[in-house]
Design a protein around this ligand. Structure first.
Ligand code: SAH
Length: 421
């Protein structure tokens, strides 16, 4: 989501990127507020650019994204060198903001939510990109106890199908082959009689599209229409990212996730019945207030039961104004214990990720080639339908193409293969 927003910021300004901050006329730090660490990192990175103003008094420094939204005016007060504060929903107003700063020599803040055209920015396209995001939703209507997203991105607004199609067609015309539809709870997307499954079918049919992905799905919003579309539309990849957050019913309840462990397991089975080979990845929060040893055991046993392909796992971080923050006042988990649990979980996940990668050896996988490997220029890389990285030898003419690759090796985080003769 933040990557996509950074592109929108870039495109809204219609300027060239420079690799060196010293050459910049504008420095905009786009930020994430999901955990305290990201939040602090963003703020400290701004300080690094302050001194550039002494050489270039025209330089405009701004903060964008969720940290900007969260702290608003305070940031202008704390950082006299900061020229603007821009919330994630106000990106379309950026050109106006910059022009006012340049002409009136003022400082600006825009953290409004009531912008009609939240998606209104031309899609940005970097030449040679094989894969691109398309946002289909802003904000979130769920109220998970740990989460800051509804506070900083507002309630759910769904983008009209027509606009989603328009942006996708544009990207495909520029050579993009894989589209990832993004939203906070992407599968809750709807518009009048259309539901998410209908959107998958419509986008899946567009000429030139090889692959369709979407992230992130909310377990309770999985419907028959969605599963049927995933099964029947060839372009939809065999992968779903389905955050569970905990394996314990008690913790899920405290988190206000609105489903039980069993309900989640049933959803997994439903997906696997329809698409037997589907890869399932997840997010997990470790050390939510009140999490006991036995709750954590439940999380480990859920991992054993589902055997997630991969997961992102995080130590719980209290966020301002959330229900979780209140719970943490009385029931917070000792940082050392959270840390230990987190590494136990991650070790177990490593085992399953490797196990699943080893199981692919000998199989032929379709790989959409994204480019040359950063580590070795003789190697290309791309992803399989299950979203695994595959490295293999080949020439640049294959970039952007889908090729069959036989898996030779299963590594901890990727596969290595060859193109069979
Ligand atoms: N709506 C998106 C949320 C993105 S945040 C989604 O469902 O994926 C990505 C992940 O960050 C969440 O799934 C959750 O596991 C984690 N996360 C969110 N808030 C957190 C917090 N306060 N502390 C630790 N991890 C958190």
């Amino acid at each position: 989501m933040n990557e996509y927003d950074s592109d929108r910021i870039h495109n809204a300004l219609d300027v060239e990127l420079t690799g060196n901050p010293k050459d910049a006329d504008y420095i905009i730090v786009n930020t994430c507020a999901i955990r305290e660490k990201a939040d602090q990192k963003a703020l400290s990175s701004l300080g690094r650019y302050k001194h550039l103003k002494s050489n270039n008094p025209e330089l405009i420094i701004g903060i964008a994204g969720c940290v900007a939204q969260l702290y608003g005016k305070k940031l202008l007060k704390q950082m006299p060198y900061l020229d603007f504060v821009l919330g994630p929903r106000a990106i379309p107003n950026l050109p106006q903001i910059i022009s006012e700063i340049e002409t009136k020599n003022t400082r600006k803040i825009d953290i409004s939510f009531d912008i009609e055209e939240v998606f209104e920015v031309n899609p940005f396209h970097e030449e040679g990109r094989v894969s691109a995001f398309v946002s289909i939703q802003q904000g979130c209507n769920k109220r998970c106890a740990y989460c800051i997203v509804p506070t900083v991105r507002g309630n759910e607004v769904n983008r009209p199908m027509e606009d989603i199609v328009k942006e996708t067609v544009y990207l495909l015309s520029k050579g993009v082959r894989e589209i990832t539809l993004i939203g906070q709870t992407v599968n809750s997307w709807k518009q009048d009689k259309y539901k998410f499954g209908d959107l998958l079918r419509t986008v899946g049919e567009l000429e030139g599209l090889e692959r369709l992905r979407f992230t992130t799905s909310y377990p309770r919003d999985i419907t028959k229409r969605m599963v049927d579309a995933m099964k029947e539309v060839r372009e939809v990849c065999s992968h779903i990212h389905l955050p569970v957050q905990s394996g314990s019913d008690d913790v899920l309840k405290l988190m206000n996730r609105t489903y039980s462990r069993q309900w989640y397991l049933d959803s997994v089975n439903r997906l696997r019945d329809a698409i037997p080979d589907i890869a399932i990845s997840t997010d997990m929060i470790i050390g939510f207030p009140g999490e006991t040893d036995s709750d954590f055991e439940q999380t480990l046993s859920l991992l054993d039961e589902v055997e997630f392909e991969s997961s992102f796992s995080f130590k719980y971080s209290p966020r301002p104004g959330t229900v979780g923050e209140k719970l943490a006042k009385t029931d917070s988990i000792d940082d050392k214990i959270s840390g230990e649990r987190l590494s136990i979980f991650q070790e177990k996940q490593k085992y399953y990720t490797l196990k699943k990668n080893l199981e692919r050896i000998g199989k032929i996988e379709e790989v959409l080639v994204e480019g040359f490997s950063k580590h070795d220029n003789n190697y290309l890389f791309g992803r399989t339908t299950h979203n695994r990285i595959m490295n293999f030898e080949g020439g640049g003419n294959l970039v952007g193409k889908t090729v069959n690759v036989r898996v030779e090796e299963g590594l901890p985080n990727s596969l290595r293969g060859v193109i069979p003769n």
